[in-house]
Ligand binder design. Structure first.
Ligand SMILES: *Cc1c(COP(=O)(O)O)cnc(C)c1O
Length: 386
């Protein structure tokens, strides 16, 4: 596989940041998960434990390698996998445990890691929301055998779609290397141009005031093949479309290198904005995260539980206030056909309640203090606490 200087630079930057064994750059976060599962030999007959409050593309990758997703309920105060539910869902076929640091809130890694060790489970971290969060002062992404990150637009830092696999285990890195050699291709020139064009369009037009209507437009355009979407219709319906086993394009790696340069100031900004939401919106602070966890969280989005989620989202669109809807279901964004991913209604009641009630507020660098003020007054005016 040929690799440009910019890919090498981005890998080095990430390696340094995570102090990890190796880093691999691919087309999407989910594809990084796929590579990790393949490299670990997870396959038919194996079960993978994961939270029942996630993106549907995560169980889709578990199924792509032939394994079965087994959903574990989450904890209402942390939005993260619950140890009590995990103990109920483990079986002799359980092979791996996927921990997801939802919204940037770190999972309780000490108990999860000892559980994984005791049951001989491979631990993988979904860091798609968590860049810079720590647990007991140790960086999220450094606990599991590997961790994957997403470079999608609304993730910790964007590469204009893209995925990064952080590998901590010494033998896993070599196996990932050979999975990439054998099963992956590089983006062709056409795809590289399209990705670059999307980066330019995004940076020109997407602002907190336009993001909700542009996201609708983007979903529409990618449905009809006019843009490279994050998920195709077929994918969301459970049909496997393995055409995207692709490494990262150079323009994406270049954007990643730029993102790494501002990582500390971005983290400081997110922390500052989230602290503002927390102090101004304490009426909504039902999750009551212990202060010790709050201090270790770099919020990608600040979650709030409300009684009137659908109406509130409609108001937000009308008032051009940036709010997020995820997760809309235990298998975001699917509202039906969950059984295609081995989820049956009622499996994760907490995850289902949180999906029905949780909206999230942006903390990204585009949110100025004035913008945060208008978000807060919008929430105070229209949101109904649970
Ligand atoms: C976005 C997301 C993913 C998938 O990332 P892609 O880059 O879109 O493949 C996986 N897990 C979580 C929790 C996410 O939010």
């Amino acid at each position: 596989m040929t690799e440009t200087d910019i890919h090498q630079r981005f890998r080095e930057d990430l390696k340094q940041y995570f102090a990890c064994r190796d880093v691999f750059l691919v087309s999407k976060g989910r594809i990084a998960l796929y590579a990790a599962l393949r490299a670990s030999g997870v396959g038919p007959g194996d079960e993978v434990l994961l939270p029942g409050y996630t993106c549907v593309v995560v169980p889709a990758m578990i199924q792509r390698v032939g394994a079965t997703p087994v959903y574990v309920d989450v904890d209402a105060s942390t939005y993260n996998i619950s140890l009590a539910s995990l103990k109920e869902r483990i079986t002799p076929r359980s092979r791996a445990l996927l921990v997801q640091h939802t919204y940037g809130i770190p999972c309780g890694m000490d108990s999860l890691l000892s559980f994984a060790e005791a049951h001989n489970l491979l631990c993988l971290e979904d860091c798609c929301h968590a860049l810079g969060s720590t647990y007991q002062k140790r960086l999220c992404g450094t606990f599991g055998a590997a961790a994957f990150l997403s470079g999608q637009w609304n993730k910790p830092f964007s590469t204009g779609l893209g995925g990064m696999l952080v590998v901590n285990d010494s033998t896993l890195g070599e196996r990932v290397e050979s999975v990439l050699q054998n099963e992956f291709h590089q983006p062709g020139p056409g795809k590289e141009i399209l990705l670059k064009l999307q980066q330019i369009l995004y940076s020109t037009f997407v602002t907190p005031k336009t993001v909700m209507s542009i996201t609708d437009l983007y979903r529409f355009a990618s449905k009809y093949g006019l843009m490279i979407g994050s998920s195709s219709t077929g994918e969301l319906e459970g049909r496997d479309e393995p055409g995207d086993h692709c490494t990262m394009a150079a323009c994406q790696a270049r954007m990643g290198v730029r993102g790494m340069k501002t990582i500390q100031s971005t983290i400081a900004h997110r922390t500052h904005i989230a602290a503002f939401y927390r102090s101004e919106l304490n009426a909504f602070d039902q999750h009551r995260l212990p202060d010790s966890l709050v201090e270790e969280t770099v919020y990608l989005r600040y979650p709030l539980r409300v009684r009137n989620k659908p109406a509130l989202i409609e108001h937000a669109k009308k008032h051009r206030i940036e709010t997020g809807t995820w997760f809309e279901s235990p298998l975001h964004p699917l509202h039906r056909a969950w059984e295609r991913f081995s989820y049956h209604p009622g499996m994760c009641p907490v995850g289902e309640t949180l999906s029905a009630q949780t909206i999230n507020l942006p903390t990204h660098p585009g949110i100025t203090p004035a913008e945060a003020e208008s978000i807060v007054s919008f929430i105070r005016q229209y949101a109904e606490p649970v």
